[in-house]
Design a protein around this ligand. Sequence first.
Ligand SMILES: Nc1ncnc2c1ncn2[C@@H]1O[C@H](COP(=O)(O)OP(=O)(O)OP(=O)(O)O)[C@@H](O)[C@H]1O
Ligand SMILES: [Mg+2]
Length: 382
Amino acid sequence: MAEPSESTVAMVGAGQLARMAWQAAISLDLGLVCLGEPGDAAIRAGAQLLTGSAKDPAALGELAGRGDVLTFEHELVDLDTVRALEAAGVAVRPSAAVLELAADKLHQRRTLSERPGLSVPAFAPAPNPEAVVDFVDQFGAPVVLKAVRGGYDGRGVWMCPDPEAVAAAFADAAAGGLTLYVEEAVDLAGEAAIIVARSPSGQVAVFPLVDTRQVDGMCREVVLPSRVDPATAEQAHTLATRLAEAVGLEGLMAIELFLTADGGLLINELALRTHNTGHIHTEAAVTSQFEQHLRAVLDLPLGDPSPRAPAAAMVNIVGPPDGSDPADRRAHALAVPGAHVHLYGKTARPGRKLGHVTVCDDTPEDALARAREAAARLEGHA
Ligand SMILES: Nc1ncnc2c1ncn2[C@@H]1O[C@H](COP(=O)(O)OP(=O)(O)OP(=O)(O)O)[C@@H](O)[C@H]1O
Ligand SMILES: [Mg+2]
């Protein structure tokens, strides 16, 4: 019997993003081998496992040898090894140089601030509390301290209204061995995000701009279309295309944006992978971000990112405080008409992202109301 002629993507990470990439890989008959642990979300769903750590050079080397292209579901990877693999001829997408932008937030701020037309919040390195005092003298308080490397879901972000909070942030950072930088606390009118794909051949596709709402630094709700005016949405679209081209992106990039009170856009951060703010496109766009990621890194024609519903909303399912498992309430949530329930097969723990719900509708308000209803049922408070 002939072997299926499939291409295989090697992915660093095996969590829910890899799991949803696997879902897309099945449709295209692609292989997916993930670096992680047996209990990880993608592996529980049947993706191929290579057991190991993203910090282990040997494991990364072996992973690269198992696929036609090496890509990532997170940026907490040993970049020196990735650079060496790239130098040895492995197709690494996005490239190590581009990944470095996501891995090192200070490097990211510096790189973006050097490019005309891209605005970021005022920032400075913060090797010690004195540097923060100097920054406050120049830009005023409050400020935000952030870990240069290793933060996610608000871990590694300290909102600092006063010097006591600054001192506490430095104590936390010292305990965790983290280096900090400081930035202005932006007076937010809202937050938004946009995802762009670019293939090695240079094809670019931009998903619609979405509005996002974070709670305690973690993304909780996403809505589209964004409520910003069409000119601002167009500006975000252009920014995404320019940035993808400027950095030579190969793969997917999510751009988190701050909407300022005067109607401007500031770049909050970049992620060089599929992103929580893009889950909504699985039902709301012609092509999902997961399929688009696979297409981009394999240099296949990119899919159509345009919306296929007038409006949609996505609400994350987070582990409830009582430790109960939302999956036990699946049936209750599925009774909400039009609710697309995604559960990641992860062990329930309070505060842990365990799934999401997406609803498409005629208006953002109606979509959000139903997505919230289904999410509340899963979390056990409806
Ligand atoms: N300079 C700032 N001014 C105002 N709010 C901020 C600022 N920086 C961060 N925040 C708030 O904290 C949230 C988390 O910050 P950020 O995106 O930098 O952290 P993260 O932990 O890396 O998040 P992610 O999980 O998206 O990677 C932001 O979405 C925003 O709500
Ligand atoms: Mg963020």
